[in-house]
Ligand binder design. Structure first.
Ligand SMILES: Cc1cc2nc3c(=O)[nH]c(=O)nc-3n(C[C@H](O)[C@H](O)[C@H](O)COP(=O)(O)O)c2cc1C
Length: 349
């Protein structure tokens, strides 16, 4: 079985700030997927929840890629309590499997941060996206498509201000930006500046923002709030906002969320739709909700809790947690795509 080929393709999975928090041990008919916590120690990644979502996407990619090679997968999630970083054990066997049509979108799926066109999703598009999420019975995919999207756009963009005001979030973000193609080719993790779609002269200001001392000054003139407002105007022109909702939020629920979202995202890609996760507020809220407030000022804690409540109201999701949220719409292709580590860099000897 050509497992290396399967893993190579699966490696296109999305991850928070493109940290690619995985290492994989390949054996004859088996793959062990390990989380690498040190790759993402951001405040957004409380209890590695964002990384577990990324692992879910990786697992789904593996199953989809394997199906096209007549290989079936038996997936055990978090198989051993005493090995917390072992996220999944996948046993492969040669079998006649129906090839998953999402296969052809795996290496085309991207995060598109460009402005979208404010065209509503068609009934057909929506039903295919819902169908993609339908394999996960304990989860619900919901869309917010109100005529006036500004309230949702404003809520999601609150994160874009906070990330520039909080020392730890700021440091993490800018330590994951590659400013040149050369740097990006070398590092292969993190985000190439062009994928962030910040045009001149704003790109110049963004570069200034990377210096915390300058940023502290720019806070005085309320630049973070201005940037959040500009992002809100872009987000408001999406076809819809989407959310994956669940009553539980245990480790395995984040992995399942990643699997669900990957199927939705690949379906969207096949339909020519663009997506951008908008995860700042839900991820920070998960941390605050657990009573873990280290690194967040009381003012930001209140702002995050209030904003999360607002987003939940918009999605009419009183008793559910938002485990993933995003915007979706029609757009020009992104100006650049992010890199991935080579197979040799993610395989354990
Ligand atoms: C759990 C998770 C959270 C993410 N949150 C955001 C986000 O809040 N904003 C954003 O622009 N992209 C977000 N992303 C997208 C990643 O930055 C992106 O997947 C990564 O940079 C790789 O790029 P690609 O998706 O184009 O392959 C998130 C991805 C994951 C898996």
């Amino acid at each position: 079985m050509d497992l290396k080929n399967i893993i190579n393709l699966a490696n296109y999975a999305p991850s928070g700030d493109n940290c690619q928090p995985w290492k994989i041990k390949l054996e004859q008919n088996r793959a062990l997927l390990f989380n690498v916590p040190e790759t993402d120690l951001s405040l957004y990644n409380y209890k590695q929840q964002a990384s577990l979502i990324a692992h879910g996407a990786l697992i789904e990619n593996i199953a989809i890629a394997a199906s096209t090679k007549n290989v079936s997968c038996e997936i055990s999630i978090l198989p051993y309590i005493n090995r917390p970083n072992l996220v999944a054990e996948i046993n492969f066997s040669p079998e006649n499997v129906h090839p998953d049509p999402l296969f052809s979108s795996i290496n085309k799926r991207v995060t598109n941060r460009k402005p979208y066109k404010a065209i509503p999703l068609s009934a057909k598009e929506k039903s295919l996206l819902m169908e993609a999420a339908g394999q996960f019975p304990n989860f619900e995919l919901k869309f917010y498509e109100g005529e006036n999207k500004l309230p949702a756009a404003n809520a999601f963009s609150v994160n874009e201000g906070i990330v520039l005001e909080n020392f730890y979030l700021h440091r993490f973000l800018f330590s994951h930006v590659s400013w040149t193609k050369q740097q990006d080719n070398l590092q292969k993790v993190g985000m190439f500046i062009k994928t962030m779609e910040i045009l001149p002269p704003k790109s110049f200001i963004f570069k200034l923002c990377s210096n915390w001392k300058i940023m502290k000054f720019l806070r005085l003139i309320k630049l973070p709030k201005l940037i959040a407002k500009e992002n809100a105007a872009i987000y408001a022109k999406s076809s819809a906002f989407g959310a994956c909702l669940a009553q539980n939020n245990a480790q395995e629920d984040f992995i399942a969320t990643g699997r669900l979202i990957q199927r939705v995202w690949l379906t969207a890609t096949g339909l020519g739709l663009s997506m951008q996760p908008l995860m700042g507020i839900p991820l920070l809220h998960l941390k605050i909700q657990s009573g873990e407030t280290v690194g967040l000022s009381p003012k930001h804690q209140t702002e995050i809790s209030k904003t999360y409540k607002k987003i939940k109201e918009l999605f009419d999701s009183e008793n559910q947690n938002i485990l993933f949220s995003f915007r979706i719409g029609k757009s020009d292709p992104p100006s650049a795509v992010s890199q991935r580590l080579n197979l040799e860099q993610i395989l354990l000897k």
